[in-house]
Design a protein around this ligand. Structure first.
Ligand SMILES: C[S@@+](CC[C@H](N)C(=O)[O-])C[C@H]1O[C@@H](n2cnc3c(N)ncnc32)[C@H](O)[C@@H]1O
Length: 443
């Protein structure tokens, strides 16, 4: 199988079986002997074709006499991949993109489909000017959705909530790959010493302005090759996610419950802030994910984290009024972290947002019961959507009069926040979109 055929198999698995691109790619790379250059080509082709998604379909339909979705799924993917190489990959000669796609169409279809693929792709090469979108004046939502490869419903929702200009900035931001953000393990090393160490390992590292332990790596070698990672000197974690433990403000010796905790980014941060004293109960609903928390804790030299398989909706009944502080880093739609996973934007739906909001409310109510009187409850998500954020908290406070909203801004150094609840926007704060609310239990 050549590289394009391998990429096609991955794309087809993602589009037909709803497989996760990173998982299929990892499996592929562990099964086949593929050199570094080919790996990079396959990865770019797979992620690019999937990310540009519906925009490729729109373009292809402009060159086809019958709709793209009326032909077989594998031929659709061959066309998408071919069009992506022609229009978005500068280094691939058009003729190679076209000829190789025709070969794939022969193998996975018949002579008729091969002719179709040849005709459509040659037409794109000869007449690239036909690949146009509606103008912003004609249809701003469709224009932004096509130009920045985002689902139309998402763009419409954001235009309504934050306006056209911010929606455009947000969509553009989501298409830029992030720097690697890491958290210094202050139990083992200072941030300044870690930055020196990272430089010696070939990384370009600078301190984050948002948190005292954050570091941004602009250039670095493959993570798994970095000795400093294996020595437990840092944890990969976005800067905005690091703010959560600071808002929780755990104290040495306390008992903390972290309810939705895998893979343990926040649990291990909390442990470091507690100088590895006291106890943290880190729970999740997936056993295999709990193992990852334990592995991370071990690597980072943390002893106070205990894991337990438990649905967060039951945590309050199992540990009533026992914890000094409880963190609910809730399962969410993840609309704040779209830049991290090129295939994720196409998996989201508006229904998902509504369903999650219900689950989040239930988890929060149960978690509230686990907080001691006088204790702290922190709720966070990596989404920008108000139904999963402010609305969940407002509903919670309306039905739990023994809790009051604390001002989360007091615990972190943030500008542009005009509410006691923190909402970080990717295009404004240059980090993952995150929401953090802090509440105090008075009885
Ligand atoms: C946003 S992630 C947590 C990230 C984690 N706090 C960290 O900082 O590394 C949400 C987690 O919630 C877990 N989860 C989903 N539904 C849950 C439930 N009903 N009870 C407990 N955990 C749940 C998921 O398995 C996932 O690991």
């Amino acid at each position: 199988m050549n590289v394009r055929e391998l990429a096609l198999r991955v794309i087809n698995d993602v589009n037909i079986k709803q497989a996760y691109a990173n998982i299929v790619l990892n499996k592929l790379f562990s099964k086949h002997q593929i050199n570094e250059q080919d790996r990079r080509f396959i990865t770019e082709l797979v992620y690019g074709t999937i990310k540009v998604g519906k925009t490729l379909d729109w373009i292809l339909n402009r060159y086809m006499s019958r709709p793209l979705n009326k032909i077989s799924p594998i031929i659709q993917d061959i066309l998408r991949m071919g069009a992506y190489q022609i229009l978005f990959m500068d280094k691939v000669p058009d003729s190679a993109a076209c000829n190789q796609s025709v070969e794939l169409a022969k193998k996975y279809g018949h002579i008729g489909t091969a002719k179709l693929v040849n005709a459509v792709l040659r037409n794109i090469i000869r007449h690239p000017e036909k690949a146009t979108y509606p103008t912003p004046e004609e249809d701003i939502a469709l224009y932004l959705s096509l130009k920045y490869y985002h689902p139309l419903w998402m763009v419409e929702r954001w235009i309504e909530k934050i306006g056209k200009a911010d929606t455009e900035k947000l969509c553009a931001f989501n298409n830029c790959p992030p720097d690697l953000s890491i958290r210094t393990n202050l139990l083992k090393i200072t941030r300044a010493a870690l930055i020196k160490r990272l430089h010696s390992e070939g990384a370009e590292a600078v301190p984050s302005l948002l948190t005292p332990e954050g570091i941004l790596c602009k250039k670095h070698t493959t993570l798994t090759n970095m000795a400093s990672l294996h020595e437990g000197l840092f944890q990969v974690q976005d800067e905005s996610s690091m703010l959560v433990a600071h808002v929780l403000a755990p104290q040495e010796g306390e008992f903390i419950i972290d309810t939705c905790s895998a893979p343990g980014g926040k649990s291990t941060h909390i442990a470091a802030l507690m100088k590895d004293t006291g106890k943290i109960l880190s729970t999740d609903i997936y056993e295999q994910k709990l193992n990852i928390i334990s592995e991370n804790a071990k690597r980072l030299g943390i002893s106070i984290i205990h894991t337990e398989l438990i649905d967060a909706q039951q945590i309050g009944d199992k540990y009533p009024m026992q914890a000094d502080r409880v963190l609910v880093d809730a399962p969410c739609s993840g609309l704040g972290v779209l830049r991290k996973k090129p295939d994720s934007r196409w998996r989201k739906t508006e229904t998902l947002i509504k369903e999650l909001a219900e689950l989040q409310g239930e988890i929060l109510s149960s978690a509230a019961k686990a907080v001691k009187p006088g204790g702290v409850l922190v709720y966070s998500t990596c989404t920008t959507e108000v139904e999963e954020n402010n609305k969940v908290i407002e509903d919670f406070l309306a039905s739990h009069e023994n809790f009051i909203l604390d001002d989360a801004r007091k615990y972190v150094n943030l500008s542009q926040q005009n509410n006691k609840m923190i909402q970080l926007w990717p295009h404004i704060h240059n980090v993952d979109g995150f929401f953090i609310a802090r509440m105090l239990k008075n009885k």
